[in-house]
Design a protein around this ligand. Structure first.
Ligand code: ADP
Ligand code: GN1
Ligand code: MG
Length: 363
């Protein structure tokens, strides 16, 4: 079926004008669908069913979570179609359309918004923190047992490390010798990957319903006000730790360069942005965060950045089977930026802890 035929399966209002590739995601195929004589556009997505094998469970999670969020937003007098993703059903009233091995879904396109790949304003980043903090707070009483684990062990850094060791051993694409420096960087940190997993296991921090993919281009920013209005990319919502959610925004937003910048001199950690995000996140989450979580926020940032670098490196070694890549060394380039940020954050660790505590005390 063509994309046009797929789009015709959904209950869009009016006649389709155009369908074009959209966005910078690494996982799904996203298209913008514009309509004739209407300013209401739509997002059409082909889910990556190789990665999201249980796409039915995933879509069920999204339906449950968006229904809950829309209710809360309405109760608070907000605009639920702007502040939350709205699924568009098929013409036969199903939440997604299956075509052979493919799963397609559609959302309302949220107008007059932008997403950032690199953050250039602390106010915008503070607003981003507030949106992600509020997102977790709104789902605080959501029963985690009603959600399926979309990708088991998604943010289990210990498991990611062990998969990396297996990839090394197998050396499927004969690339190990080209990445020795990066491999050594990871091996030197083998004893540091477990801090969050252990804290969850020992119940020092709670298991919550979390987003799990809070990079900066997964929130829509109002073009006119700079407010972060809508958290998107809800595929990985499942039980997890908020430390990873906090950390993934820091990983992506405090980087002074792109995730795949080749010139590492341009990659640095912006500590002013860190403080801005902390302030926003802690305001957004309010009293739902525990003292232990506050004390571990900086570890969330360091560990998920290491984890993300490990994932890029593992994918490079395995032959680029997971993330979309544009050229052969793309995943290696990506892992280098992550490791540079890890080094910077390790040096700043004590300051990062103090900033989090200071921001919390101001709330
Ligand atoms: P992926 O899982 O591949 O990252 P996303 O769901 O994040 O896919 O979508 C990719 C991009 O499409 C986003 O970064 C954003 O720019 C844009 N986008 C997604 N959904 C919407 C929406 N409802 N309204 C406006 N833009 C959107
Ligand atoms: C992927 O889907 P996207 O592009 O927002 C990945 C994240 C990584 C990120 C790195 C389901 O995010 O876990 O942190 O790339 N999503 C999935 O940029 O694996
Ligand atoms: Mg995304």
């Amino acid at each position: 079926m063509t994309n046009y035929e797929i789009a015709k399966e959904f209950n869009f209002d009016g006649d389709i004008e155009s369908i074009s590739p959209y966005g910078e995601g690494h996982i799904n195929d996203t298209f913008l669908v514009t309509m004739k004589n209407s300013s209401q556009h739509y997002i059409l997505q082909r889910l990556n069913t190789k990665i999201f094998k249980n796409f039915r469970g995933l879509m069920d999670n999204i339906q449950k979570v968006t229904a809950k969020l829309q209710q809360i937003i309405k109760n608070q007098g907000g605009d639920d179609e702007r502040e939350c993703m709205t699924l568009i059903p098929t013409k036969t009233n199903l939440p997604y359309y299956v075509n052979g091995n493919e799963c397609w879904r559609a959302y309302l396109f949220v107008k007059d918004t932008v997403v950032y790949q690199v953050i250039d304003s602390s106010k915008v980043f503070e607003n981003t923190g507030e949106a992600f903090g509020r997102f977790i707070a709104r789902l605080d009483d959501f029963d985690a047992n009603t959600l399926c684990e979309v990708i088991p062990n998604f943010h289990n850094t210990v498991d990611r490390y062990s998969k990396f060791l297996t990839a090394l051993e197998q050396n499927k694409s004969k690339r190990v010798s080209f990445a020795q420096k990066e491999i050594d960087f990871v091996l030197q940190r083998g004893d540091k990957v477990g801090a969050i997993v252990e804290a969850l296991e020992n119940k020092k921090i709670p298991l919550r319903v979390t987003h799990n993919d809070t990079k900066i281009n997964n929130v829509l920013i109002d073009k006119n006000t700079g407010k972060a209005i809508c958290v998107i990319d809800l595929d990985t919502i499942m039980p997890g730790s908020l430390l990873y959610d906090f950390g993934d925004s820091i990983r992506s937003g405090c980087n002074t360069a792109l995730e795949d910048e080749k010139n590492l001199d341009l990659v640095d950690f912006n500590i002013e942005l860190y403080e801005a995000y902390c302030a926003g996140f802690l305001r957004g989450i309010g009293d739902k965060i525990t003292d232990q979580e506050v004390k571990m926020l900086h570890l969330g940032a360091i560990i998920i950045t290491l984890e993300c670098g490990i994932r890029f490196l593992t994918d490079y070694i395995d032959g680029d089977v997971y993330f979309k890549t544009d050229y052969p060394d793309h995943n290696l380039v990506r892992c280098r930026t992550q490791f540079k940020l890890v080094e910077k954050m390790e040096q700043l660790s004590q300051e990062l802890l103090e900033i989090a505590i200071k921001c919390k005390n101001k709330i």
